[in-house]
Design a protein. Structure first.
Length: 256
């Protein structure tokens, strides 16, 4: 078996582990045979298979918990090889903060923005730093031990993805799981005393200031000094379509 676990039979390849998730509107256990026929070498299920499988399988009480345990074991292996990870979630501005902190650390942005986490984790040797953008969708199936991440932050919370999560309370609760998985939970308050470090930067405005302060807290938690942090803000180049000035028309500044 290789180091890849998949929950979707459309992406299973030879040698993968198929992990069957079950929800209100789907049951991955029903696709175990299809996964095996596509090349999965082992299946982890929460129900006995409906038909004989041509590969070994294990039945566990909770495949979501098993998924988290596999992820934790994999991250522990990577940490032992020198990888340190900072995690960022929230409703708005995640990618910009991930890019800023990764640039400052000379690390790899990953997750929803940048390189897939699995690609970072299987690098040999792994990078020294990775900064992960984590979504509420990923947090549905992520339960990692405290200290897994060096630091983590929830930038802000709005009422997003209600078509997926049903209620704002559930969506917020998923986001708020992340700090408990880190050695240090960071908020904008952690950067307030060093707010001058972001002066004149992309983040120096009423919309993005809170995210910038949280980024300061993350960089301090990673051990960066004031000069390095100030330089990261000064040199930061925003991603396309993120509060990007596109021009001035008849005296009106237009921002994408």
């Amino acid at each position: 078996m290789n180091d890849h676990q998949f929950c979707d039979t459309r992406t299973v390849e030879t040698g993968n582990c198929f992990l069957a998730l079950k929800g209100e509107n789907f049951n991955g256990n029903a696709y175990a045979k299809a996964a095996a026929e596509k090349g999965a070498s082992v299946c982890i299920l929460s129900e006995q298979p409906q038909e004989a499988l041509p590969v070994p399988y294990a039945v566990v009480t909770d495949t979501v918990a098993a998924y988290g345990q596999i992820a934790h074991a994999y991250l522990t292996k990577c940490k032992a090889a020198g990888l340190r990870v900072i995690a960022v979630t929230g409703s708005k501005g995640k990618s910009s903060v991930v890019k800023l902190v990764a640039d400052a650390l000379g690390g790899v942005p990953c997750g929803n923005y940048g390189t897939p986490v699995c690609e970072v984790a299987k690098a040999d040797p792994p990078p020294e730093w990775a900064v992960a953008e984590v979504s509420s969708f990923q947090l549905e199936t992520t339960n990692l031990a405290p200290g897994t991440f060096v630091a983590a932050t929830v930038l802000n919370l709005q009422d997003d993805h209600l078509d997926r999560h049903g209620t704002a309370a559930l969506y917020h609760a998923l986001k708020l799981k992340l700090p408990a998985m880190a050695a240090k939970a960071v908020s904008a308050e952690d950067g307030e005393a060093r707010a001058e470090l972001l002066s004149g930067s992309y983040f120096d405005n009423p919309v993005l200031r809170g995210n910038g302060l949280a980024a300061i807290g993350l960089m301090l938690a990673a051990g960066l000094g004031d000069k390095t942090i100030a330089r990261a803000f000064a040199e930061f180049r925003p991603l396309p379509h993120r509060m990007e000035v596109v021009g001035v028309f008849r005296g009106v500044r237009c921002i994408d």
